[in-house]
Ligand binder design. Sequence first.
Ligand code: C2E
Ligand code: MG
Ligand code: MG
Length: 450
Amino acid sequence: MAAKRPTSNGLHPRLRAAEKRLIERYDHVTAIPNRLLFLSDFKRLRGRSGKGRLLALLTLCDARHYNEILRALGHAFSEEFVRAGLERLREMLPPEIAVYHVSVLSFAFVIEHEGTDVPELAREIADGFAHDLVVDDIPVRTKVGLGLMPLQAAAMDPAEVLRAVLVAAQDSRRSDAGIAFYNNRSDAAHRRAFTLLADLPKALKAKERQLSLAFQPRVDMATGACHGAEALLRWRHPTLGNVPPAEFIPLAEQTALIHPLTDWVLDHALAAAARLRDAGHRLKISVNASPLNLSEPGFDDKLFWALDKHGLETSALEIEFTEGTMAANQERATRQLERIRKAGIRVAIDDFGTGFSNLSYLRAIPADVLKIDQSFIRPLTVADSFMVQQILAMAHGLGLDVCAEGIETAEAFGLLRSLGCDEGQGYHIGRPMPEADLLHWLGGEYALAM
Ligand code: C2E
Ligand code: MG
Ligand code: MG
């Protein structure tokens, strides 16, 4: 049989394949086994029963910190930092323990330990990183997270085990010791968040009918007349049931999905506004926009087109946004808010009194209305109305109208009215409801304790 020819780099094909395997399974920065080798070694690492063994995953710092190092000092230095981290870890581990470099900043290894208490060795490792790593004579702070997960006999999927121990390492940052065991509950929360994000694009498709809007009336405190309603998003997930907006909107805000989501709300809210107008109710509909929407180029034009599409005046729309998380591009956001206001769309600052509540910011933001957060209003009694009085005085001084959110009792309603609050919203007046119910509510005699 003819011998196989050497390949272009002069190696025999079998050697070439072995070389390729080797390159694939070792990390080029630290020259130690990588994630692929961990996965193929997993059975051996776990042992026959898994009993008495813990998988540990050490993360040197969080990604943001690493990026700062990368930006300030470059790639070569950052790689040196990772190597210095490994060196420190090696100093603390018995030499027979194999260490795997499983992701840029993480190392995995298996330690012998019976029971569910934190092993002494894990504590020593976490303590061992209390001092800065010195890289090229520069002290660099680490913020290690150490995740632990008991290995079991059951057929465990190694990739899944690695993912789970990474969750534990991330959770460990919230504990003082910087060490955490894998926790099913926190993992379930992560998975739920991921499922929601993955399912949101489908929910945005019209035929799905998963999303809907509820409308909550907003009234003039002096007369009790309703001239507005806030559109609040509802999501009925096919398997998880009703998911509150406070859960899925912050998730959407972490991705570009917040843009189509706000577009969906805007379109449906204005369609409802047009139908209500045709039924004889000229309401100003408030749409909640994320600060991210305000820094989106052309968001202002989007509002004008949407109003145009539904044949509505600019006075039919109000945009609410929360001041705490002001836009990434503050300059553009401010410019767009100015344009929106100039065109006649009202702008409201939502949830005032939570978050930053920065007063200089309040003066700089182009707005018409300040909505006092419900945490001030819900428990409101004469005795603790001092804060509300001050907010009212300040807002009126700045030329802003004030809307109180979360009015739940006749007492709070009466008090706010006597204090000169301009508008109100809350369960005492009306709960968020479907459009058809709002129409009914508007037509009926809603009895307010005036
Ligand atoms: P928000 O804009 O401050 O809306 C008011 C929230 O308070 C609503 O909760 C409403 O149901 C609730 N609420 C109203 N009156 C009362 C009351 O008297 N007592 C109590 N306990 N609660 C009351 P919801 O609908 O769960 O919305 C929560 C938050 O989710 C909203 O707070 C808003 O920040 C956000 N959100 C809702 N829909 C959208 C949307 O379409 N886009 C964006 N970006 N955010 C939205
Ligand atoms: Mg709101
Ligand atoms: Mg609010």
